[in-house]
Design a protein around this ligand. Structure first.
Ligand code: GUN
Length: 299
């Protein structure tokens, strides 16, 4: 059997960002509306700093207003909630993202719950989670939204009746991914650390989304020939082959093995990763339009 199609998330995300840029141009021209995104970073977690920098850069690149708030690691919960209050009532801000994880003195649920659900471009507020679960329009978490776009690009728009396995049950990826696939009429299984026979669950799946953070967990003999495999994992593992001892980045899927049997597979890096920020920008346009009673422009 031929090797799997390698899904080029980087190229897909570039295309999506250029469509968002066109939408922004149209909103400025026809409605004098510039979508604005505020990103809040508390502390100096190196991975978070990299994410936030790239969110800010790409927000500017599509022509939106970008505001970044960087707060010290010892910021109190009250101070953060006050900042969010201000962003909630700022008419130039349509999207608010508080980078996770937060320092231990801050309860993430209290913070996520404070964000106006209409500006919750991460889709993490319980109102948006509830809308997704009940089929009402709302803001959808960016990573699962990006995964669904890639899946539909490979398999076409109609996923009904397909067996989908989501590995991982986080609020950020696993649960919303399962809801999105269910809304597409897939038969969805959500597996997690207590699942008894993960290999057997995987072998039945037409679509596998792996989001557990276990390096190269999904093996070649777990995957049904022709299945679509989406790897959300971003794991750094020791690399004895590297002369400088630099860690290697790998996903939750054994890419080299699984690509020999899958129909399509996302690489790490260059698969799901770039889709997250592109979907964040799309969500910001969606939020800006909804807040101003404007239809999202078709481009
Ligand atoms: N940290 C890791 N992923 C995410 C994300 O999608 N949104 C936020 N706010 N923080 C994150």
């Amino acid at each position: 059997m031929a090797d799997a199609k390698i899904i080029d998330g980087k190229a897909f995300a570039e295309g999506l960002r250029s469509r968002v840029a066109e939408q922004v141009k149209e909103l400025k021209a026809s409605h004098h509306l510039t979508p604005g995104l505020a990103v809040v970073l508390v502390g100096q977690d190196p991975a978070s700093q990299i994410y936030v920098r790239s969110k800010t850069k790409l927000t500017e690149e599509v022509g939106m207003k970008s505001v970044q708030h960087t707060l010290p690691v010892d910021t109190s919960q009250k101070e953060l909630l006050t900042l969010i209050d201000g962003l909630n009532s700022d008419p130039e801000i349509h999207g608010i993202l508080v980078q996770l994880p937060l320092p231990k003195q801050i309860d993430p649920q209290a913070v996520l719950g404070k964000i106006d659900p209409a500006k919750d471009v991460d889709g993490f507020h319980v109102i948006n989670a509830g809308k997704l679960a009940t089929g009402a329009p709302g803001l959808v978490p960016c990573t699962p939204l990006g995964c669904l776009m890639l899946i539909k690009d490979v398999l076409g728009k109609d996923l009904s009746g397909m067996q989908a396995l989501v590995i991982g049950r986080s609020n950020i990826v696993g649960k919303p991914m399962a809801q999105l696939l269910l809304a597409e009429s897939c038969t969805v299984t959500v597996a997690h650390s207590r699942t008894r026979d993960l290999a057997a669950e995987a072998q039945r799946a037409d679509i596998i989304v792996a989001a557990v953070g276990v390096p190269e967990l999904v093996k070649k003999d777990w995957v049904k020939p022709g299945a679509t495999v989406i790897d959300v994992g971003m794991n750094r593992v020791p690399n004895p082959d590297d002369p400088n001892g630099k860690a290697r980045l790998c996903g939750d899927v054994d890419f080299e093995g699984v690509k020999q049997v899958a129909g399509a597979i996302t690489p790490v890096p260059g698969g799901v990763g770039p889709m997250t920020i592109a979907c964040l920008l799309q969500n910001t346009v969606t939020a800006a339009c909804a807040l101003n009673d404007i239809e999202v422009p078709e481009v």
